[in-house]
Design a protein around this ligand. Structure first.
Ligand SMILES: [Zn+2]
Length: 278
């Protein structure tokens, strides 16, 4: 996703849909960012404008954005078809959409939905059904795809003001001593990656980030084939505390040792086990 926004000109416009406080680092782009959500936290990142609006009826001009970012949001949209229609409408021909969603059938998403009793995930995608949902009736064409791995950061101890909104099943996350919970998440984080390596499984998979291009005309468009997508190498090293993904090559110069293991310190300060690319 960083590649899509990093090279933009100062005139380019980026829509962060379901932005919250900002779903990516706005200072990483020279483009003008417009953030849309149903509500915003107390201190969101500064940007060109913030709009409180429903994703199914965006108060934005047609063909006015060069990049749209939907970072972990489309699984939450109840009116998905309307939202996709609006995304397609506000994108210029040649514009790109980055959409990251969970694999609705993965261990990670099942665990999240079990702990949080659904957790607001109303759309359960496979990669095929996700691409189909975005391409149906639009001028969007899937171009590139990246597998995203989990950091299990939803198992972190919540701040007290959020704990009261957690379902009963998730409340122990606020009661377990934080160091004990952190140790458990570290072990889980390590174990799923080891098991994936040994048994060629995908227990550490979170989902996918897919880049769609908004093409000029709808006529003659064929559904994209998964096998013909350009696959971007995944970052298996995802911080268990902040969720930042790190290319393995970028970590090699700053690796440390902890007993038998190679570890790295994330920019958030937490030490993580290191995994070479599989
Ligand atoms: Zn981190």
């Amino acid at each position: 996703m960083d590649d899509l926004v990093r090279e933009l000109s100062p005139q380019a416009r980026v829509l962060d849909l379901g932005a919250g406080g900002g779903s990516f680092n706005y200072s990483s782009t020279a483009g003008q960012v417009v953030a849309v959500d149903l509500s915003f936290p107390a201190q969101p990142q500064p940007c060109l404008g913030r709009l409180i609006a429903d994703s199914g009826a965006l108060p934005l001009a047609s063909a006015s954005f060069d990049v749209v970012v939907c970072n972990h949001t489309l699984e939450h949209f109840e009116s998905l078809n309307e939202a996709v229609g609006e995304i397609n409408r506000v994108m210029r021909p040649g514009a790109f959409l980055w959409a990251a969603v969970p694999d609705g059938f993965s261990f990670d998403d099942r665990l999240y939905r079990w702990v949080f009793r659904g957790g607001g995930h109303v759309n359960q995608f496979s990669l095929r059904s996700f691409i189909q949902a975005l391409e149906d009736g639009t001028q969007l064409q899937a171009r590139r795809c990246k597998k995203l791995h989990t950091g299990f950061i939803y198992l972190k101890p919540p701040p007290p003001e959020r704990l009261q909104h957690y379902p009963r099943r998730a409340r122990p996350l606020g009661w377990i001593p934080p160091r004990l919970l952190e140790a458990f998440v570290r072990v889980l984080h390590y174990a799923v990656r080891r098991l994936d390596g040994w048994f060629q499984r995908s227990w550490s998979l979170y989902g996918w980030g897919v880049v769609f291009e908004r093409v000029e005309a709808q006529e003659g468009l064929q559904p994209s084939s998964i096998s013909q997508l350009e696959w971007i190498p995944p970052d298996i090293n995802v911080c268990f505390s902040c969720g930042a993904g790190h290319p393995a090559a970028s970590l090699i110069p700053r690796l440390d040792r902890f007993l038998l293991w190679k570890v790295y310190r994330c920019s958030c300060g937490k030490r993580n086990f290191f995994f070479a690319d599989q």
